[in-house]
Design a binder for this molecule. Structure first.
Ligand SMILES: [Zn+2]
Length: 118
């Protein structure tokens, strides 16, 4: 796992990762729900879609739109276990720990907060 600010800077250099940004309707949704509620959504998505040791549709479990957290997952390379391994060195084929889940949620929320300032 990396320092959140360092990895966000690194991700920005990837043309693919840097192509994901919140749209106006996503920002509106974040404002309506509030940042604490969005954090709960992120925690839920990560624990159900990313944390299990075996995920039958790994690599395809995260849509590219329709929720700010989904967009943030692609932008931060926390969309699937392959990306988690490649970018964050979190091993595949085992359950994520609570520390790893919190790291991922922190990363997603930091991305969203930065997007909201733009
Ligand atoms: Zn992925």
């Amino acid at each position: 796992m990396n320092n959140i600010n360092d990895i966000l800077d690194k991700l920005k250099l990837s043309k693919f990762r840097n192509s994901f940004h919140l749209k106006e309707k996503d920002k509106l949704y974040v404002k309506e729900k509030g940042i604490e509620e969005i954090r709960k959504h992120a925690y839920n998505f990560i624990t159900t879609r990313l944390a299990p040791s075996y995920i039958p549709n790994d690599g395809k479990q995260t849509p590219t739109k329709n929720h700010p957290v989904f967009i943030a997952e692609h932008a931060t390379a926390t969309c699937c276990r392959s990306c988690l391994y490649k970018w964050h060195k979190i091993p595949k084929n085992r359950k994520l720990t609570e520390v790893e889940i919190n790291y991922i949620v922190d990363l997603i929320m930091e991305f969203i907060k930065r997007e909201m300032e733009n």
